[in-house]
Each structure stands twice: as C-alpha cells, then as structure tokens.
Design a protein around this ligand. Structure first.
Ligand SMILES: [Zn+2]
Length: 102
C-alpha cells in the first residue's frame, strides 16, 4: 500500500503501468502513471517512493526533467490533483527548486 487515493480514499497499489486506486471497481480512475505524457517528464519514470511522497502531499526531487528547449534540469515536483481530469493528476515544479543538470 502506497497511500490513499485523493479522490475516493481507497488504497493505492502498484501495478505494471503505474500506481492506481483499488477503487477502480467503483469507477475511480485515479492513477499515477510511471511514464508520463507531459513533455517535461518524458525522460523519467516515477518510482514507488515518488508515488508515496506524492500521495502524502510531499514534493519529490527528480533529475532529467526537460525544459522547453529540451535541456535537462533537476527540481522538486509536486502532484496537483484535478479530480475532473480523466487523465489523472498533473505534476509541476515547485518554483525556486530548479537546478541545472551537471
Ligand atoms: Zn480512488
């Protein structure tokens, strides 16, 4: 168990493609995909630890994030839950935590 689903309160567990809500039988679609479609996250994969931190509302630090020009950087990310978004939560950089990649 990684945490509680922010939408329905059920447990979130790991599956092949991501970290999903066990309440899917009741129609809950909450899922943190390991591979994200957001361009900034194209080179990374979310780990179990990342998922736990996101579900606890904590930031998690990731390297190999991509900026608009394709350059890599490191930063703290937070999950932003938008319950009406069928594609799940989005992830954004905590302002001021960006560091250039070495
Ligand atoms: Zn749920």
């Amino acid at each position: 168990m990684l945490g509680k689903c922010p939408r329905c309160g059920c447990d979130v567990t790991e599956s092949k493609a991501g970290y999903g809500c066990t309440g899917f039988m009741n129609g809950c679609r909450f899922m943190i995909w390991k591979k994200q479609k957001q361009k900034m996250l194209a080179k990374i994969e979310f780990t179990k630890t990342d998922a736990k931190r996101f579900l606890a509302g904590k930031p998690t630090k990731k390297s190999h994030l991509l900026d608009k020009k394709g350059g890599e950087f490191k930063a703290q990310l937070v999950m932003e839950e938008t319950p009406d978004n069928p594609f799940g939560p989005v992830f954004r950089v905590v302002p001021g935590t960006e560091e250039p990649a070495k």
